[in-house]
Write a protein that binds this ligand. Sequence first.
Ligand code: ZN
Length: 412
Amino acid sequence: MVTYEHDVHFPSKRNERNRVLILPIIAVFLLVGGALYVTTAPQFGAAPDEASQEIFASSPQFRNGRFENRGNVSVDLKGGSMFKTLMEFITSADTKPAQPLPVAAEAQQAPHAIPDTAVRVTWFGHSAIFLELEGKRILIDPMLGPAASPLPIFGKRFALKDRIDMSRFSRIDAVIISHDHYDHLDYRSIRKLKKHVRHFYVPLGVGSHLRRWGVPAERITELDWWESASFDGIELTATPAQHFSGRGLSDRNSTLWASWVIRGNHGNIFFSGDGGYGPHFKEIGERFGPFDLTMMECGQYNEKWAKIHSMPEESVQAHIDLRGEIMMPIHWGAFQLAVHPWTEPAERAIAAAEERQVAIMTPLIGQPVLLGSEFPKRRWWEKGTAASASTNTTGTDLAMMHTRLKTAGSEK
Ligand SMILES: [Zn+2]
């Protein structure tokens, strides 16, 4: 009887012990592997080194090795668990377009030149902007990649109906970056664009990512809030935003985030970057307004993170605070990063703009708009109103865009 018990219990206890040992080994392996991946894979970028941090120490935004919002507003998600939020992401309706999105016919060919006195703005979905001012070509938050995340399976770009001619990006005078999140600063886009770009203007610390990706340090200017840089008659000023930063596991707020004022002789433009509503918009408006055009973040909002992303109604209020003439909603139309229907940012922004008598423009992806001419107001996302784009439905994303850029530009 005793022997029998031995026979039965001993081996099973050993199995149990083995199992107990294997689980932590797998966990350690996954953790070490994951950490190794995050520290070595280039898309995660590089946090600023100690020498840079010493320079940041004089910034009013820098405390205890990290950047802070005014009033120390933080990201903390209120209400509901991560699991609940994840379930909302899976179950919410209409968060993605049912069909590939139309692309303006003009975007499918190289653009025609405009006089240096004209200002032209072209939206490429989300917050990617091509701005022509004083005869110069400026790219803002050029996220042209297929996925707004470090792993291509997450945050995929909405499919496009037509290709975009990339030759327009083969000679860029300045790239402006608002912050280092994946939907604004894309490793693949920077790698492909860098040889075509004269100079990069970024908030404090963001240059360390660019340097890791092979952009020479002398072609990067890092600015704190309220600091300006000039080139060829254009003044760029990094202005406050209420947001956060980080690309990896341990670099939260190690680089600064900003909105931007872009001022030339023939146009004064505001670009919001990302951020929640706050008194800083009024202050920027007083110091740098009025603006001919404001490009305002109005998508990817949620009550849980209302402090660090604006609701569309707040975006309209911010535009009024800024003393803007025409508002263009951005941060929508390319990626699903929140749980609202994908067209809701534009719809809510239009409704709020109508109520407040704000002029709002909603160009197609790739539709160039000359400031001072009639601006596009059509709800192109509604069924039956899309542009008469050609019918070949090749989803456009970075891979295709970059093939074009390579052949069009000087990159060898
Ligand atoms: Zn964003």
